[in-house]
Each structure stands twice: as structure tokens, then as C-alpha cells.
Design a binder for this molecule. Structure first.
Ligand code: PMP
Length: 294
């Protein structure tokens, strides 16, 4: 597969080496922006409508005004993937509030800036999908939803996730589990968490202060389609350690087993049967649905 050649800035395709962010872009100055990470499988953009819907919900929450509607955004994303011959890979959409020095939004020139780019991205090696991840609980807590609601996928919030990921790296772990300020289980630094106990699935509720992942929602639908009960209770570390199986979900990571938490094996320390079934179902779905690129 050839390297992506073009980025799209405010609807215009630009050779990637000439695609720059303005010096006083509010995203650059203050992390004042939003983003979506989207995957393309087999020449189709997976869950594109859902990603764009979440982007506009985030924009509404932050009062960021986009110059284009959702239909035009979808068209620009598909146009960028097509221009790059991007039949399998990752698309990053970044929106920033606009340009202007000083944090007061009334001084901004024009509307939001929209940056779209394509990359190849493999988060984990294949063996980790077969053997499972080692996870540690990190000391970096999730921001409380009464301060920054993590359902808003805003760029500035991610400094916290970066610190949490660096902490997990220091322990040599594949992911870091982040707790809420109250100490309840929230999410991993870039993924949602699911537990399986006695054949039933639980995952923390989005309102606790986590991102409502699109992979999360997809996996909930797949599990319910198999007749597996899914609920969203408050979860503690006790529940994680005593689960039969645990897995993580995210656009970039997809569905990945997590077999070891904070020095404890989960179940027998190997990916379990329900996790494997959901990984296979997710792979099938990604290969067979989505918005066509060409
Ligand atoms: N939580 C966080 C903090 C994330 O950054 C992501 C990745 N976007 C997820 C969960 C998973 O969300 P999705 O399935 O929509 O990619």
C-alpha cells in the first residue's frame, strides 16, 4: 500500500508535506479542538456516520461552530480516503475552534478549522490479540464529568490520557486502567473496558466520565445479538480482578483481550471463549459493512 499523499484542510486536498497548522490555531495554542479516529477496512469507512455524529455532539458541547454540515464532512472524509487510495487504514479528523491569539473565542477569525489525514496504524502486534494484554491501574485519574465530560472527544483532555499511557509504559504494561475520581473503573487510556462473569457482560456507564466508544457500542450490539446479557453498572477493581474474562475496545485497538491486571491473572490468564467470539464477530463486521471509499 502506498503512503498517503494528501491531507484535507477545510475541504481542500493539499500535498501532505505542505499541510500545516496555522501558528495561532486555537487547537495548537490551547488544545481547543475535537477529534475522531476512524478506520477503513476493505475499501469501506467503518461506522462513519457514528463518528461524524459524535464529532458534532462534541462540537455542540463545546460550542464550536463548524462551517460545514455532517453530509459535507462525510463527503470530505471519503474524498480524502479516496485521494490517498486508502483502502485499509486509519483516518484522523481534527477540528479546532479557529485562529486567533488569546483564549477569548470572540477574537477568533472565521469558523472552525477541519483537518483530515490518513495513516497506517497498528496499535499492537498480532501476538497480543492472541495472548492478551497486561494492564496496570494508573494513578492518573479520569477528569470528572462535571469539569470536562470525557464524552466530549476534545484534544486538550488527552494530555491526561498521555500521562496515563506514559505511566503504563513505565510498568511495561500494554494499557493503563484509569479510575474515576471516586475510584470506580472508568476506561483504559484509549479504549473502553468490558468484563465477562458467568456468561454476562458488564461495562461502565458512559455517564461515569468515559468516552462512549463507537467500538463499545458495536460490541454491545454484537453481544446482544448473540443473546449475551450486557449491563452498565458501577464497576470496581474487585470486579475486574474476579472477572472470568476482560477485553478492551477501541477503533485503533479494535477488540483485544486483557489477561493480567495489577499482578493478577484474569481467569486462567488466557483469552476466554466469549472474548474470542466477539473478536471474530467484530472482524467479520468490519470487513463487510461501511461507507464505500470509491
Ligand atoms: N476511550 C478513550 C479515552 C479513547 O480515546 C477511545 C478511542 N477513541 C476509546 C475509549 C474508544 O472509542 P472508539 O471505540 O470510539 O474508538
Amino acid at each position: 500500500m502506498s503512503e498517503p499523499q494528501f491531507a484535507c484542510i477545510n475541504g481542500e486536498l493539499i500535498p501532505k508535506e505542505k499541510a500545516f497548522v496555522p501558528l495561532y490555531d486555537h487547537g495548537m495554542l490551547y488544545g481547543d479542538g475535537l477529534f475522531e479516529g476512524i478506520r477503513v477496512y476493505n475499501n469501506r469507512v467503518f461506522k462513519l456516520d457514528e463518528h461524524v455524529a459524535r464529532l458534532y455532539f462534541s462540537a455542540k458541547a463545546l460550542n464550536i461552530e463548524l462551517a460545514i454540515d455532517k453530509t459535507a464532512m462525510i463527503a470530505d472524509i471519503v474524498k480524502t480516503a479516496k485521494a490517498n487510495g486508502h483502502v485499509n487504514g486509519y483516518i484522523r479528523v481534527t477540528v479546532t475552534r479557529g485562529e486567533g491569539l488569546g483564549l477569548d473565542p470572540k477574537h477568533l477569525k472565521g469558523k472552525a478549522n477541519v483537518y483530515i489525514s490518513c495513516e497506517q496504524l497498528a496499535l499492537y502486534p498480532k501476538e497480543m490479540y492472541e495472548n492478551g494484554l497486561i494492564v496496570v491501574t494508573v494513578s492518573t485519574r479520569l477528569p470528572s464529568p462535571d469539569v470536562i465530560d470525557p464524552r466530549v472527544k476534545c484534544t486538550g483532555k488527552y494530555i491526561n490520557n498521555i500521562m496515563a499511557k506514559a505511566e503504563a509504559n513505565r510498568y511495561g504494561a500494554g494499557e493503563g486502567l484509569m479510575l474515576t475520581r471516586e475510584g470506580y473503573v472508568g476506561e483504559a487510556t484509549g479504549d473502553n473496558i468490558f468484563l465477562i462473569k458467568n456468561g454476562a457482560i458488564t461495562t461502565p456507564p458512559a455517564s461515569i466520565g468515559i468516552l462512549q466508544g463507537i467500538t463499545r457500542d458495536t460490541v454491545i450490539d454484537l453481544a446482544r445479538g448473540f443473546g449475551i446479557a450486557v449491563s452498565e453498572p458501577i464497576i470496581t477493581q474487585y470486579d475486574v480482578y474476579n472477572a472470568d474474562e476482560v477485553f478492551l475496545t477501541g477503533t485503533a485497538a479494535e477488540v483485544i483481550p486483557a489477561v493480567h491486571f495489577d499482578g493478577r491473572d484474569i481467569g486462567d490468564g488466557k483469552p476466554g471463549p466469549i472474548t474470542r467470539k466477539l473478536i471474530a464477530a467484530y472482524r467479520d463486521l468490519t470487513q463487510s459493512t461501511g461507507t464505500p471509499v470509491a
